[in-house]
Each structure stands twice: as C-alpha cells, then as structure tokens.
Design a protein around this ligand. Structure first.
Ligand SMILES: CC(C)(COP(=O)(O)OP(=O)(O)OC[C@H]1O[C@@H](n2cnc3c(N)ncnc32)[C@H](O)[C@@H]1OP(=O)(O)O)[C@@H](O)C(=O)NCCC(=O)NCCS
Length: 147
C-alpha cells in the first residue's frame, strides 16, 4: 500500500492545489503557497490545508484555512491527518481557530464550537461584514491549545 506523505507545499504545487480547491469553488484567497500542507500519494495531491498566523491587537492566533480533500478520497482520514499535523506539531502553543461550513468534521477531530460574535473580535473582515448575521460559517477552536 503506497504511503501517504504529508509535506509543505512548494511553488511547483500551485496548479495542482488550485485545481483541487476549484472542485469545491474554493480559491487561495491571497494565501501564499508556503501556508499549505499537502497530503500526497504516488505523486498526486489528495488533500491540502493552510495555516495562517493572525493577530487581533496583541492577541496572536492561528487560523486553519482552505481545507480540501479530493472527492475520490474523502472519508479516509486524510483531512484529519492534515489538521492533526497543524494542531500537534505546528501550533507553536497558539490557539487555532477555524471558520467553516463543515463544523461537524472539526467537532469530530477535537474542535469546539464558539459563539459567532467572537469572530468579530478576531477578524476585522467579520466585524465589517454586512452579511455577518446570515453568515454560514461556524467558528470553532481546537480544544487543546490553551485558553
Ligand atoms: C471536510 C473535509 C476536508 C474532510 O476531509 P476527509 O478526509 O473527508 O475527512 P476524514 O476522513 O479525515 O474525517 C474525519 C472524521 O470526520 C468525519 N467527517 C468528514 N467530513 C465530514 C463532514 N463534512 N461532516 C461531518 N463529518 C465529517 C468523518 O466521517 C470522520 O469521522 P469518523 O472518525 O467518525 O470516521 C473533506 O470532506 C472536504 O474536502 N470537503 C469539501 C471541502 C470543504 O467543505 N472544506 C471545508 C470548508 S472550510
């Protein structure tokens, strides 16, 4: 059975990342390729997720962003493995948040739901968003990363 390799993205991976994201009408939203972790098998990218460092005033935190697993490979633990690497190895002791339309997935892998109004404290784009009240994105925080 070929091994699943988890690795940082390189510039050469950009077209394949963009292709995978486009399956779900996602894009890189100004993210740098360096933010992405990839799941690769036999030279094919089967999943990706990005982690970005942000701050709100003096509070620094991490945001998990733009996770996607190839449609033929969903439900095989690839998404969970990608998130686990971020949460266990790359969190630098900071809180990890996610704004997502797939909250059940994140609940299953160790995240907890937070009230929506916290989004406005963490992100200016939420505070200033005219669609905030009808936003379909749930806020969750990884449970094991401090307070
Ligand atoms: C959400 C996504 C990244 C999950 O990746 P995945 O590799 O399919 O998930 P995993 O196999 O690691 O699943 C881990 C657990 O979460 C569950 N799960 C996965 N996706 C789920 C979802 N959308 N809703 C509820 N549970 C989900 C799995 O059943 C599994 O549970 P189990 O441990 O009890 O078996 C993937 O389904 C995907 O690419 N979805 C489309 C893009 C998207 O919605 N991205 C998120 C927007 S922020």
């Amino acid at each position: 059975m070929p091994e699943l390799l988890l690795r940082r993205a390189e510039k050469k991976d950009l077209p394949e990342i963009q292709k995978l994201l486009s399956t779900y009408f996602l894009d890189m939203e100004g993210l740098e390729y360096e933010a992405f972790l990839l799941a690769e098998k036999q030279g094919r990218i089967l999943g990706c997720a990005a982690l970005i460092q942000s701050n709100s005033g003096e509070l620094e935190f991490l945001e998990l962003h733009t996770i996607a697993v190839h449609p033929n490979h969903r439900g095989k633990g690839i998404g969970k493995k990608l998130v686990n690497v971020f949460c266990s190895e790359l969190s630098k002791g900071l809180n990890i948040y996610v704004r997502t339309t797939a909250p059940r997935f994140f609940e299953k892998i160790g995240f907890e739901n937070l009230p929506a109004n916290i989004k406005t404290k963490l992100w200016a784009d939420c505070a200033n968003c005219e669609h905030f009240k009808n936003c379909g994105q749930t806020l969750l925080k990884y449970k094991n990363t401090g307070n």
